[in-house]
Design a protein around this ligand. Structure first.
Ligand code: 5GP
Ligand code: ZN
Length: 116
């Protein structure tokens, strides 16, 4: 399922290139084009869902799959010992720019709390 004009649907459909680090039937993970940390991977469902507030109970397995994929990628990128952060922005105040759900996996440096 794709939505015309959605950049992440285009990446999922291989219409535009990305540095892909993981893929299965439901999920794609690729390097962020403007990395904010040494490890900065975006993990998306292939299905177009704009934002967290659009999820329904039937999406529970898919969302869980994104987190398990993030954990596996963190292990592969060897940031599990030093630590990493998973970020999921929802809507304008959180800074969501691309309206196709995505987890940010950030690692390789120390992060501050509270976030900016
Ligand atoms: P958001 O602010 O919506 O949570 O995050 C969107 C992220 O997508 C940003 O970190 C931005 O750098 C990344 N991004 C936007 N366009 C592209 C693109 O065409 N390719 C890749 N790989 N990342 C993108
Ligand atoms: Zn999309």
């Amino acid at each position: 399922m794709s939505k015309a004009g959605c950049i992440f649907c285009k990446i999922a459909n291989k219409e535009i290139p990305a540095k892909i680090v993981f893929e299965n039937n439901q999920i794609l993970a690729f390097e962020d084009v403007r990395p904010q940390a040494p490890t900065h991977i975006l993990i998306i469902p292939k299905q177009h869902i704009e934002k967290i507030s659009d999820l329904t109970e039937s999406d529970t397995g898919m969302i869980g799959g994104l987190i398990v994929a993030a954990k596996d990628i963190a292990n592969k990128q060897a940031v599990e010992k030093s630590g990493y952060r998973i970020v999921l922005n929802c809507n304008k105040d959180a800074g969501q720019e691309v309206f196709h759900i995505h987890l940010h996996l950030l690692g390789g440096r120390k992060f501050t709390w509270p976030p900016g």
